[in-house]
Design a protein around this ligand. Sequence first.
Ligand code: PLP
Length: 375
Amino acid sequence: MKKYIYADHAATTQLDSEALEAMLPYMRNEYGNPSTLYLMSREPYNAVKSSRQCIADVLGADKDEIFFTSGGTEADNWAIKGSAFRFTGQRKRIITSIIEHHAVLSSCEYLEKIGFDIIYLPVDRKGCVDQDTLESAINEETVLVSLMMANNEIGTIQNIRELVKIAHAKHVLFHTDAVQAVGHIPVDVVSLGVDMLSASAHKFCGPKGVGFLYVKEGTVLHELFSGGGQENNMRAGTENVSGIVGMAVALEKNCREMEKNTIYLCSLIKYFKEELKKTELSYILNGSDNRIPGSISVSFENAEGEMLLHRLDLMGIAVSTGSACNSKNTELSHVIRAIEVPKQLAYGTIRITLGTDNTMEDVKSIVDAIKRILL
Ligand code: PLP
């Protein structure tokens, strides 16, 4: 049978087998609630504790700065609304960019409806926020800047460290959505200087439905969920023990193997570009050279991204058009619009995100398939 080629790793990844093995005991015999007082809770309690420590170590954080969530969407919602809710009833300003994931954009739109002043910064053609533009957008009412570390559609990595300095010089908190970055590029919260950072396990071969928000010590954040006293009274809800354990194992492994993986993924992308260049197709590559390893966004002239996606699917190849979580939406993606891809190319955009399970043969097959469809 022909191999199915999965080339949409920015949407989600396959669960790592070591992570799965580590999770299984907590889905079988060690199912105790980590918050109870009897012996049965000890093992799950310790598992959550050591996973928190492991994740904190990988990011250069303190264990008490890691708060488990149900994923990236919740972490983004919490960082933004939790920062804003301290000022309900006041017209405080929050600054973000027009290319953020909808978890951030929709949180901001919600706050706008209840009276907050939201500034959506533009980006340049590579998807980068201009530092001077950020500086001039910050006023005395600003309570938060939220800018993503790596874009989920075009892979561009933002210079977060410099952007943080600008916000901090004006005593404004900084959150970064690092969902596409964590586990793929080095992320050290101390050297970045961020106050909050969101991550999601299923983007780095961990399980779905679990993630975390890093909250720097001393950062005041309103709780999003009310209920029990879990997560140091900051995020109520019984912990997803197996998910947390799997996430820590997957993250530690991804970070340990990051250098090797990066070299391999960059060689796949280099090969993709070389093969594409050999064709007679007319296209442009989107985003910056400073990008998430294994990711590429291509806009083909006079093509239709969605048609391309479906034709490739029929040929056993999975890629994406617009954003990962919104590929059913046929409208031109807000990111492609923001970086001003010319109209005759914009609608023919696809995103290919390779993983370490992809091979050079896969890459060749993808290019051959695109050629067969478009030429
Ligand atoms: N932020 C970014 C940049 C993403 O790419 C995604 C998912 O695609 C999310 C947030 C949402 O994460 P989750 O799927 O864990 O809710």
